[in-house]
Design a protein around this ligand. Structure first.
Ligand code: NAD
Length: 358
């Protein structure tokens, strides 16, 4: 995978425009299926990865996070924010970019937008968990919170799990109409609902994907019947949860990386000894997944760096043989590696010409 040293002065940059071209070129459902497999493959080699709870910079309005990891050969990080009040200003709640680098030289391999890629990888991660934890033959999902992530979530559950019907609810009717319109030609049966209670009627998978910097109660205990799979992805920050804690008392809870989820997930509401299973253990056969049809399974997802690592490597591989990137001159490449200053000096005449012309 790593390019030759002489090519390292330039690295591919994937803009938002090129990410959209790439997704359309391969087809969104194919991308979601392949991404799910790529993320699952990396979860299966979980112990290899360097893992740390992400570094979060909190403010009253939201959070800015850095999410690094490495498998010893390749390193990645993502910069991502979470600002629930942003949409009122016309900005995204979540925006991101990320970088992939080789460990042996520390040189970057690719820089890319990750706002779209985060929506894709979050949906793929949800689908990965659901295909192992949801009731067999799940055909109906509820989607509570119809913002930027919603359509990606629904399409991944269709492509990977075989969901046929999506029941939509949001406190903002405009968000429901937007999601219903965007999914019109998806092949999914779309049901727009007036309440969260109506949305979860008959659903075997319930996804909560709301944004509010608060201990919100999107689902109360009496709303959640036996045998469902809960995919809670909106509670992902200290002081930001979606489920009433009584639901957690009845559920078998699966997490990505326990030390991070204890800080950020639904389980921040529970005592430190509340039992959870890291999901990779289910894939390794070290822990059971769903063990009976009446069990409530909860994937308490906050998003972890290994998912971004897998997504970045997936995109890097997909770029080969395409034109969905620009080469950017991001690395200084002096002929003599120790003569960085000489390189700067030799550029002076050209810089002067550019200045004179400008
Ligand atoms: P968004 O702001 O675009 O959409 C959020 C939607 O939730 C809005 O339409 C809003 O009206 C709705 N909402 C708020 N309170 C509600 C309530 N009580 N009931 C029903 N709907 C409600 O945000 P987004 O980009 O779709 O992200 C949604 C959430 O998912 C955010 O909290 C974000 O931080 C989180 N997220 C998690 C992961 C992860 O890996 N777990 C990844 C990406 C985003």
């Amino acid at each position: 995978m790593p390019p030759s040293p002489s090519a390292l002065a330039f690295i591919p940059f994937v803009s938002v425009e090129n990410m959209m071209r790439l997704v359309h070129h391969f087809g969104i459902e194919t991308v979601l299926r392949e991404l799910t497999d790529a993320i699952e493959a990396d979860f299966r080699r979980w112990p290899l990865f360097e893992k740390t709870p992400r570094l979060a910079s909190h403010s009253e309005q939201g959070v800015i996070e850095l999410m690094p990891t490495s498998d010893g050969e390749v390193y990645s990080f993502k910069y991502v924010n979470g600002h629930p009040s942003n949409t009122a200003k016309g900005f995204q709640t979540v925006a991101a970019f990320g970088l992939l680098a080789r460990v042996d030289t520390g040189y970057p391999l690719m820089l890319t937008e990750m706002t779209l890629l985060t929506a894709l990888r979050t949906a793929a991660t949800s689908a990965m968990a659901a295909r192992h934890l949801a009731p067999r033959d799940a055909k109906v999902m509820a989607m509570i919170g119809n913002g930027a992530q919603a359509e990606f979530q629904a399409l991944a559950m269709k492509a990977v799990v075989g969901i046929e019907e999506v029941r939509l609810f949001d406190i903002d009717g405009q968000a429901i109409r937007k999601t219903a319109a965007n999914l019109r030609d998806s092949g999914l049966r779309i049901v727009a609902c007036e309440t969260a209670e109506e949305a979860i009627e008959g659903a075997q998978i319930i996804t909560t994907c709301t944004a509010d910097k608060a201990y919100a109660t999107i689902l109360t205990d009496n709303m959640v019947g036996a045998g469902v799979h809960l995919n809670a992805i909106g509670g992902d920050c200290p002081g930001k949860t979606e489920l009433h804690k009584d639901i957690l008392s009845r559920a078998r809870t699966f997490v990505e990386f326990e030390p991070q989820t204890r800080i950020e997930g639904e389980i921040q509401q529970m005592a430190a000894d509340y039992p959870v299973t890291e999901f990779w253990r289910v894939l390794q056969g070290e822990a059971p997944g769903r063990s009976d049809v009446r069990q409530i399974t909860l994937f308490d997802s906050v998003g972890f760096a290994v998912e971004d690592f897998a997504a970045l490597r997936y995109v890097h591989a997909k770029l080969q043989g395409t034109s969905f990137f620009q080469d950017i001159d991001m690395l200084a490449d002096p002929d003599d590696p120790r003569d960085l200053f000489g390189m700067l000096q030799r550029a002076a005449p050209e810089a002067a010409l550019v200045q004179a012309a400008g």
